[in-house]
Design a protein around this ligand. Structure first.
Ligand code: GRG
Ligand code: ZN
Length: 324
């Protein structure tokens, strides 16, 4: 089995940031704040966060903030809770949350809660359990969970639970691994995991490992990768969405870890760095992060530990949440 080309991945992440006019940079322009979180967390997991210019990044993050307290995906872009979380996470990585007017950011996030406990993503009102997770995580990192009705938030998430044990984006919507991560994460952060049938959900999640069948032939991938729902192709990013959920409900031993490690390593560009969704596809920062994040949960040597609920390195969570 190949090894993790850690140094190449570090170079890949740094090169994306430098190529400001490249196609990828243009495509990423409006969600640069998410990209910053993916890229910088990858560098931290690989022990290389110190190569970046902290002051430059913090100053750019602050320029993305609006008077409302929310953050845009880049300078001059509209605020959204998605980018607000990434901004707080990036600042957390550098131990710089104190540059914020914490109450202002928390007020922006808290104002997105609706009467039924759900959360909208921005002023346009789209509702999704992703936004419930994001709001809860963001407020937890800011020590301001008391600004929302946590009980209602939890009840709304529980109302999105399906008979298969999984969760969807709204009540009655199909179970999807990404949405399950969000709901399990939000329940973990709020101490509400007792609402989950761990064996039922664990079974659904470990069935996401694609070991045989037509899907494998179609994806031209070797066995062991994870998909996001039945009959879909395996994809490296589910190594995070599925695995983190399994860790949180204590069922990670139900999948074949060795095969999954091999699937992720097979998706590396050994020459130029970066990880793709499936073997031989084009690499990107998103899949590089979630591939390395999956390896972290699989305790791959040389990769720092990530917290499955907070989606930040464990040492960062200990510092921000526990003050250690
Ligand atoms: C802090 C890690 C972190 C996340 C913030 C944005 C967010 C919260 C979570 C997103 C969860 C999610 C819905 C992930 C799934 C993304 C994805 C690959 C969607 C595509 O789904 P399908 O089923 O397509 O349409 P596939 O590619 O699986 O066939
Ligand atoms: Zn993917």
């Amino acid at each position: 089995m190949g090894e993790l080309a850690a140094e190449k991945h570090v170079q890949f992440i740094l090169s994306v940031e430098k190529k400001k006019d490249s196609l990828e940079a243009v495509a990423m322009e409006h969600l640069r704040m998410n990209g910053a979180y993916w890229g910088l967390t990858t560098l931290d997991l690989l022990g290389k966060i110190e190569v970046v210019d902290v002051d430059e990044i913090v100053s750019w993050v602050l320029q993305c903030q609006h008077d409302s307290g929310g953050f845009g995906g880049n300078i001059g872009h509209d605020p959204h809770v998605l980018y607000t979380l990434s901004a707080v996470q990036v600042l957390a990585l550098f131990n710089k949350i104190d540059v914020l007017d914490v109450d202002k950011v928390a007020s922006y996030v808290a104002a997105l809660q609706n009467e039924d406990g759900s959360f909208s993503g921005d002023m346009w009102g789209e509702i999704d359990t992703r936004f419930s997770y994001i709001a809860i995580l963001c407020l937890a990192l800011l020590h301001r969970l008391d600004k929302i009705n946590v009980e209602k938030a939890v009840n709304y998430i529980v109302s999105c639970k399906n008979h298969d044990g999984g969760f969807g984006c709204t009540p009655g919507a199909e179970s999807h691994a990404g949405q399950i991560f969000c709901c399990v994460g939000a329940l973990a952060i709020t101490g509400s995991l007792h609402h989950i049938d761990k064996d039922l959900l664990g079974w659904w999640l470990c069935e996401r490992q694609v070991n045989s069948g037509d899907i494998l032939i179609k994806s031209k991938a070797k066995p062991g990768g994870l998909n996001g729902r039945p009959e879909k192709l395996p994809d490296v990013c589910y190594s995070w969405w599925v695995l983190s959920s399994l860790v949180m409900i204590d069922r990670v031993h139900w999948i074949d870890k060795e095969k999954l490690v091999k699937f992720i390593l097979d998706c590396q560009d050994i020459e130029n760095g970066g990880i793709s969704d499936r073997p031989d596809d084009a690499v990107d920062v998103y899949h590089t992060y979630f591939g390395v994040a999956g390896l972290s949960l699989l305790e791959y040597p040389g990769v720092k530990a990530l917290d499955p609920a907070y989606a930040l390195p464990v040492d960062v969570v200990n510092r921000v949440i526990l003050g250690k």
